[in-house]
Design a protein. Structure first.
Length: 213
């Protein structure tokens, strides 16, 4: 990702978007594809885990998992607005001291981040042009399991993302959304020592749970 990733992300995912997302989360709970991640992690029967949430947004994953699965979490995000809302929500829930919030492009500071039992990337791969660099760094940080969600490889998603990126171009917003080859992502993670335990699909999103073998 370019070196001005945080600047681009702060512009695209700003305060208005972050406030709307935290309001939606408080009213409705985690989004549908996030619920798939949570259910997948809980199916592993892991307790007292360290969690690394990459691109965690308003922090829905660690807000939920600190209730029963995780003892601590690291939340890395390139949007300062989303980190602000996530930090406030963690404090409201009494989990503030258990979460380390980092404003950065994860791949730029990966060497400074400790490994974790669980690594999650919810709707993150599609925001990153170099998915190989991102997934390799994420895999290297996972000791037990890694869970990702990404857009499905369907004709309507290909068309939809082309429209989204066309509009972004008209707005002169450098942020783009990517539909990366699922088989290449799967091969990369398997090459890093993981096995795919489960795969779930929604209309737009696909969730894959990987366990280190």
């Amino acid at each position: 990702m370019p070196c001005n990733c945080c600047e681009i992300t702060d512009t695209t995912f700003g305060e208005d978007s972050a406030r709307e997302d935290i309001r939606r989360y408080r009213k409705r709970g985690p989004a549908a594809q996030t619920k798939l991640i949570l259910n997948a992690i809980r199916s592993l029967d892991i307790e007292n885990a360290a969690l690394l949430d990459i691109g965690g947004g308003v922090g829905a994953i660690h807000h939920e998992l600190l209730e029963d699965v995780a003892r601590e979490a690291t939340h890395v995000d390139a949007s300062s607005a989303y980190l602000k809302e996530a930090r406030a929500e963690a404090a409201r829930r009494g989990h503030g001291e258990h979460v380390n919030f980092v404003h950065a492009d994860f791949t730029d500071i990966a060497s400074e981040i400790p490994t974790a039992d669980l690594v999650t990337l919810d709707r993150v791969v599609c925001c990153y042009p170099d998915f190989r660099r991102l997934l390799k760094a994420a895999a290297e940080h996972s000791q037990r399991a890694l869970v990702i969600t990404y857009p499905r490889e369907t004709w309507y998603m290909r068309l939809g993302l082309k429209v989204v990126n066309f509009v972004q171009g008209i707005r002169r917003d450098p942020f783009r959304v990517f539909l990366h080859p699922v088989h290449e992502m799967d091969a990369l993670l398997k090459g890093e020592g993981f096995t795919c335990l489960s795969l779930r699909r929604l209309v737009v999103w696909e969730m894959a749970l990987y366990q280190r073998t």
